[in-house]
Design a protein. Structure first.
Length: 185
């Protein structure tokens, strides 16, 4: 008689590594179809990484290299203010609430410090209070509010536009303060 189906539990340890995105990761970043419509955005972020304008950090399983979490860093948009823009922070559902997002943020902040940035900026969508609480717990403070549209073309040729309404949050990375003025609105 097979007792495995009787509900007895077991633990499978999974080692994780944070590393930059490689070309082989790109199809896996669609997360089994959940982000397929964002293929253009993923490819664009990877091309910007190749040019040194962006850094895509991923948490991958050492067993199969599957990216279960990510954070991307725009290194160019606010370079003069020594501010790195963090975006696309996500952790696949079954690995959430395990500290992976916290580790991704810490890795992104360490990378910004290594490159001489003084401030990290991230957006918390106003309809996602959990994200705001996480960022505040990790030392980010509301700096302003931003509403903007972004667009992309899906793999099946549809043009999409999405409104983002978010709290802009900053974290001082070196004790010298962030150098630009708050965004109000």
């Amino acid at each position: 008689m097979n007792t495995a189906a009787s509900g007895s539990g077991f633990t499978v340890p999974v080692a994780l590594t944070i590393r930059p995105c490689i070309a082989e990761d790109l199809p896996k970043l669609e997360w089994f179809g959940q982000f397929t419509e964002h293929r253009e955005l993923i490819q664009d972020a990877f091309e910007r990484q190749r040019r040194g304008e962006n850094l895509m950090l991923h948490v991958v399983t050492n067993a199969n290299g599957f990216p279960i979490g990510q954070i991307w860093i725009d290194l160019e948009r606010k370079r003069e203010a020594k501010t790195g823009l963090l975006w696309a922070l996500r952790v696949i559902d079954c690995y959430q609430r395990m500290g992976i997002g916290t580790r991704l943020l810490a890795a992104a902040e360490a990378e910004l410090r290594r490159r001489g940035y003084r401030c990290a900026e991230i957006g918390a969508e106003r309809d996602n209070p959990g994200a705001r609480r996480l960022y505040e717990r990790l030392g980010y403070r509301v700096f302003g509010r931003d509403r903007h549209w972004y667009g992309y073309t899906t793999p099946w040729g549809e043009r999409r536009r999405t409104l983002v309404d978010e709290w802009v949050m900053h974290k001082d990375l070196d004790g010298g303060g962030c150098t630009h003025q708050p965004q109000l609105g």
